[in-house]
Design a protein around this ligand. Structure first.
Ligand code: 5AD
Ligand code: SF4
Length: 375
């Protein structure tokens, strides 16, 4: 395929991890002489970097993939690639191929580094599928990307998650927890500092504070990079409360470059539900950590995630969550109606709630948060 002036579109869904990986793919394609565009009609390549955390995302993505069938009729050379979490689910790649035979390339989460070379090979007579069972050590995409705000650089420090929260599909599609070698992280970090563009550097991982590599745990890693010279701030996404200990709180306090801006997903404010979610902490343990963090850093800004309408959640359970939210007073919260994910433990529980109830509870919580923030 002739690369000159070929244009590509990347459509990214889901979390910051995907945004970061899309940025890397864009960088590699640009180096190969492709040009980025946002206009589907003039594109020669459309890449879908997908998410499957909730049903709403999947439905939207499928509709968007469906639309490219028409584009392909108008532009016979158009290459359509689908990568990321959605394709890695058990049997999903085959069913995507059946539903959308016009897709050229389907890759999973463990081999997106191959995407650029497959794209260069051009259109396929049949859908090409490559899904690996696990991530191998060498499949790093060695580029560094700066967010579209032009200020933030993201560095992956862990891949995967093995917490198996009962509602969550991530451990099934992103695989076991792997901490990147410390030397690789430092190389990427130094490159970002040398380029001198990023004002913020954010460490990424599905369970970022479980990092463990080359004698460094997460608090030590934060302290190490805090000591690097330069004008920048540090942050991290996303933490699990069970791995959020005193050491980490002290590191956040001591490190002047670490932003006092912490996202710590609570998921439910009711112990019965937390247990069923397999979160491995109680509301009171969570609150103790938040209180310690607030004592250490009085200016701290804390945000969270809450799932409404988890199976078996009663009105009384939900009222407990509302009460917890009133007490903790987060600076902001992301609220999600529970979405059934096939293969997860929660999906098999009796007591699934109607969508209407899940949505009503989510709306009620959002309203409470608005009232609290006004007050
Ligand atoms: N249903 C609803 N929300 C979910 N999340 C993860 N899995 C589900 C699900 N099955 C939410 C959690 C997580 C955020 C990224 O997405 O709150 O913290
Ligand atoms: Fe999913 Fe829980 Fe892992 Fe977060 S910690 S990615 S919610 S399993």
């Amino acid at each position: 395929m002739e690369n000159a002036q070929k244009k590509f579109v990347i459509k990214t869904y889901g979390c910051q991890m995907n945004v970061n990986e899309s940025g890397k793919i864009a960088e590699l394609l640009t180096r190969e002489g492709f040009e980025r565009t946002n206009d589907d009609k003039s594109a020669d390549i459309i890449v879908f970097n997908t998410c499957c955390v909730r049903d709403t995302a999947e439905k939207k993505i499928e509709a968007h993939i469906g639309n490219t069938k028409i584009l392909k009729k108008q532009n016979k050379g158009l290459v359509v690639a689908v990568i990321g979490c959605m394709t890695q689910k058990n049997g999903a790649a085959e069913s995507l191929k059946k539903k959308f035979p016009h897709i050229d390339i389907i890759l999973g989460t463990h081999n997106i580094d191959k995407l650029v070379s497959y794209i260069k090979e051009g259109r396929r007579p049949k859908t090409f599928i490559e899904i690996l069972a696990e991530r191998k050590g060498s499949d790093e995409i060695l580029t560094t990307t700066i967010d579209q705000d032009g200020q933030t650089a993201y560095i992956n420090i862990t891949y995967g998650c093995e917490n198996f929260c009962s509602y969550c599909i991530v451990p099934f599609v992103r695989g076991k927890l792997i901490s990147r070698p410390f030397a690789d992280i430092e190389r990427e970090f130094d490159e970002i500092l040398r380029a001198g563009v990023a004002k913020r550097i954010v460490f990424l991982g599905q369970n970022v504070n479980a990092y463990e590599g080359s004698g460094y745990d997460f608090p030590k890693l934060l302290r190490y990079f805090n000591d690097k010279e330069g004008e920048f701030s540090l942050n991290f996404l996303s933490s699990h409360p069970k791995d959020f200990g005193d050491e980490l709180i002290s590191a956040i306090k001591d490190c002047e470059k670490v932003e006092k801006n912490i996202h710590l997903p609570l998921q439910s404010g009711c112990d019965k539900i937390l247990k069923l979610m397999n979160r491995r902490y109680t509301v009171s343990e969570y609150e103790t950590k938040i209180n310690a963090l607030r004592v250490a850093c009085p200016e701290v800004h804390i945000t969270t995630d809450i799932i409404c309408g988890f199976p078996t959640e009663t009105e009384v359970d939900f009222a407990e969550t509302l009460e917890t939210m009133r007490r903790i007073k987060f600076n902001a919260a992301f609220v999600f109606p529970y979405s059934r994910r096939s293969g997860t433990v929660a999906d098999k529980l009796d007591g699934q709630l109607p969508l209407k109830v899940k949505r009503e509870r989510a709306t009620k919580l959002i309203k409470l948060l608005q009232d609290l923030s006004k007050a």
